[in-house]
Design a protein around this ligand. Structure first.
Ligand code: PBG
Length: 320
């Protein structure tokens, strides 16, 4: 008889035949940095995740470095919003200050910035509004300004998340022409218009004041379109392809892993985090095991890199 249970008998043999492993090297930890002082505010729907002002963030960064997490993904929350999000390219804006602060005090921590406008526009959309919709090409002009400002601040990698067409071409060209040919781009290449971003929009004050993001983010029904999006970014020379959200889109992660020879990242988003935390709090699931199992499923699907709010918890568990 074919007995598959022979290789499941003890932890020793299970360890030997284990096909996929989660390690601390896979993880990117998102950080919300708010302009101002003395801010350390827990996000209600994301227990354990805080918004920090720069003067209060060192404790968090010390912990990230102690846990050997290789990278952070920064989101800025400015005090000033306007219709274009002009603060995004202010060389002294909150994101730029944060990058300079972290690179100066934690030079070995890899710093990635989320490049978008939704936290910086008074309407909450990811670009300039014209005729009740985001104007793609006008937004590209500002995207280039934003990315150069992040580059000047000393960021290690940029991650454009706004889903405008031509994003990677525009940013690559701007960086190459401004003396930053070696600055890599992680594209939010396949990003769906997802209800799983709910808690994030509270965390980053970025909910749209009218309409939704379905004219720029992808329809969750579509798989082939994900391949097309990834192809365009691949041709434009993106360095890392990302799929977002992660858990409901494992098929897309697998597609990209098989079809492209670039590193694949996935974003385990705010709603995925909140669901695990809420159910665990009620005692309905074992939160720690569900966390590990879902992150492992992303690796098994083909992700090389996982952006997750669980990064610190996972790193602590893996250390044991
Ligand atoms: C900004 C952005 C969003 C997320 C990352 N970058 C929100 C959105 O597109 O509405 C979501 C992250 C999360 O839910 O954890 N464009």
């Amino acid at each position: 008889m074919n007995r598959t249970r022979r290789l499941r008998k003890t932890e020793g043999i299970r360890r030997l035949v284990r096909e996929n492993k989660l390690t601390v090297d896979d993880l990117i930890y998102p950080l919300f940095i708010e302009e101002g002082t003395d801010i350390e505010k827990e996000i209600v729907s994301m227990p354990g995740i805080f918004r920090f002002s720069l003067d209060r963030i060192s404790k968090e960064l010390d912990e990230v470095v102690d846990l050997n997490i290789p990278a952070v993904l920064l989101f800025g929350i400015p005090t000033q919003k306007d219709c274009e999000g002009t603060e995004t390219w202010n060389d002294n804006g909150i994101m730029q200050q944060a990058v300079r602060f972290i690179k100066k005090n934690y030079p070995n921590l890899y710093v990635i910035t989320d490049v978008c406008f939704c936290e910086y526009t008074d309407h909450g959309h990811c670009g300039i509004i014209n005729n009740n919709d985001v104007d793609n090409d006008a937004t590209l002009v500002n995207l280039a300004k934003q990315v150069i400002s992040h580059a000047k601040a000393g960021v290690d990698m940029v991650a454009p998340s706004g889903m405008m067409d031509g994003t990677v071409e525009t940013i690559r060209e701007a960086l190459d022409n401004s003396g930053y040919p070696n600055l890599p781009i992680m594209g939010y290449s396949v990003k769906y218009a997802s209800a799983f971003y709910g808690p994030f929009r509270d965390a980053a004050d970025s909910a749209p004041t009218f309409g939704d993001r379905r004219t720029y983010q992808m329809d969750p029904s579509n798989r082939l379109e994900g391949h097309r999006e990834a192809s365009f970014d691949d041709e434009a020379g993106v360095d890392i392809l990302m799929v977002k959200p992660a858990l409901s889109y494992l098929d897309i992660i697998r597609d990209l892993k098989e079809d492209f020879d670039r590193p694949i990242a996935c974003y385990n988003v705010s709603g995925e985090y909140a669901m695990v935390k809420a159910a665990a709090e009620k005692g309905w699931i074992d939160g720690e095991r569900v966390m590990m199992e879902s992150l492992l499923s992303m690796k098994r699907a083909g992700a090389d890199i996982i952006i997750t709010y669980f990064a610190k918890e996972v790193a602590k568990l893996l250390k044991k």
